[in-house]
Design a protein around this ligand. Structure first.
Ligand code: AMP
Ligand code: GLY
Length: 424
């Protein structure tokens, strides 16, 4: 089959890496892709948010399956765009509907969904400027720190955690008055959850699901979880503290009711669900939903997936996921992300990347491209990531770090403590 994958990050390179291993694949296009996807597939200069252009390409190339990587086109409703158009009757689309994507696009909607379906999550109140007083009253009932979330997508910056009540009240006003533009016209005020964060991923056809396992990502730029938040500096899968009893609770209390919730609410959902969880002394609670895979979590989950991905996606498209075979590798996988100097602040692009002989790791490109003279150069904050398997986390990390040394570009920056907190 011919497949079009939308996106351009490490996540998409990891998905493409898995897809090209499928015997069912005739041709893979990635739009817009990066240098890594350009090596293993054909990059297409298309904007994933430009649905008419995507549709024209699908029609022209007779694409059989469309896979959507990032959240923006999902929240904009790409899942619904092709519906009812006869030209695309047979197109398999791996994307939740717009109604499903709101789980990521609106924190208020996600909280209502969880409450409606009895899914454990932090207590909350959603406010707009009209009921600011109620918001302030609710804040005063909470213990510090205070969690304020812009309702809409705010490029990962819309969550504030504030120690001081007075400051939280002022921030709440600022947010409602447009600190994050339209995204914070509504604010979700939440109870602060304690514990350790963990993410769990599932693939669903809206009826049944397969659990792709757990991962931990490292969000801060600096060692020891210091400094600014990034898109993710590394990841480990599975997470060792996700023991059987915990995983069972996640499945029974969170994953099952979420998929049941889609059915009850009439939400069409074919794609990935990313459960951002807090493990509070063995009790899982949902911090957030994302309606896509994580990045760099995909770079540790895809290597662990043994089953053919296109076969799974076909089963999703045909709503036959319950009958599909499914198997994950029991080994650990770790990834270490190399970023540009200055990231997540401003950074330079266009630095040539040299990659030596990589042994025992998989290199996934993120922000890279081919320069006009055909060299691989940096093209983003997160540049390239090195994933490795191991029977222990130490073994996987040691391979990743050995191979990190073989990749070079001006300003290469990375954390040296990925996974350390998980070692006993
Ligand atoms: P979100 O965008 O909802 O994932 O929030 C970003 C980050 O803020 C999360 O990864 C958590 O580290 C933190 N966070 C969000 N909500 C809470 C909460 N209710 N309690 C504690 N930490 C939170
Ligand atoms: N690594 C977190 C995310 O993809 O949102």
């Amino acid at each position: 089959m011919k497949v079009l994958l939308l996106g351009s990050g490490g996540r998409e390179h990891a998905l493409a890496w898995k897809i090209i291993q499928s015997e069912k694949l005739e041709k893979l296009f990635v739009a817009p892709g990066n240098a890594g996807t350009g090596i293993i597939a054909e990059n297409v200069d298309l904007n994933p948010n430009d649905f008419p252009a995507v549709a024209d390409f699908i029609e022209k190339e007779k694409v059989d399956m469309l896979i959507v990587g990032p959240e923006e086109p999902l929240v904009l409703g790409i899942g619904n765009y092709f519906e009812g158009d006869k030209r695309f009757d047979r197109l398999m689309i791996i994307a939740p509907s717009r109604e499903g994507a709101v789980l990521e696009g609106s924190k208020d909607f996600a909280k209502e969904f969880m409450y409606r379906h009895n899914i454990p999550t932090a207590a909350y109140k959603s406010v707009t400027y009209d009921n600011l007083t109620e918001g302030i009253e609710f804040l005063r009932t909470l213990k510090p720190p205070y969690v304020l979330k812009a309702d809409g997508l705010a490029a990962g910056k819309g969550v504030l955690i504030i120690d001081d009540l007075h400051e939280a009240e002022e921030e709440l006003k600022d947010m409602l008055q447009g600190k994050f533009g339209k995204a914070s016209e509504k604010v979700v005020i939440e109870e602060y959850l304690t514990g350790i964060e963990i993410s769990v991923f599932a693939l669903t056809d809206g009826i049944s699901y397969k659990i792709l396992g757990s991962a931990k990502d490292y969000k801060r730029i600096g060692n020891g979880d210091t400094g600014l938040n990034t898109g993710g500096m590394g990841a480990v899968s599975p997470v060792p503290f996700a023991v059987e009893a915990f995983n069972k609770k996640v499945e029974e209390r969170i994953i099952k009711p979420t998929i049941e919730g889609f059915k009850k609410d009439g939400i069409k959902y074919k794609g990935f669900v990313f459960f951002g969880l807090m493990n509070d002394n063995g009790e899982p609670k949902v911090i957030e939903y994302n309606v896509r895979m994580g990045d760099p979590e995909t770079e540790v989950i895809m290597p662990r997936l043994k089953t053919d991905l296109l076969t799974l996606f076909e089963a999703v498209a045909n709503k036959e996921l319950d009958k599909a075979e499914f198997d994950m590798d029991n080994r650990y996988c770790t990834t270490v992300m190399l970023v540009s100097a200055g990231y997540p602040g401003s950074y330079e692009k266009g630095k040539p990347i040299t990659i030596g002989e990589i042994k025992g790791s998989i290199v996934f490109h993120a922000g890279t491209k081919f320069s006009s003279d055909g060299k691989v150069v940096t093209n983003g904050g997160r540049v390239i990531t090195v994933s490795s398997y191991g029977n222990t986390i130490e073994e996987a990390l040691s391979l990743s770090y050995n191979n990190v040394d073989k990749i070079d570009f001006e300003g290469k920056t990375f954390r040296t403590d990925i996974g350390r907190d998980l070692l006993k």
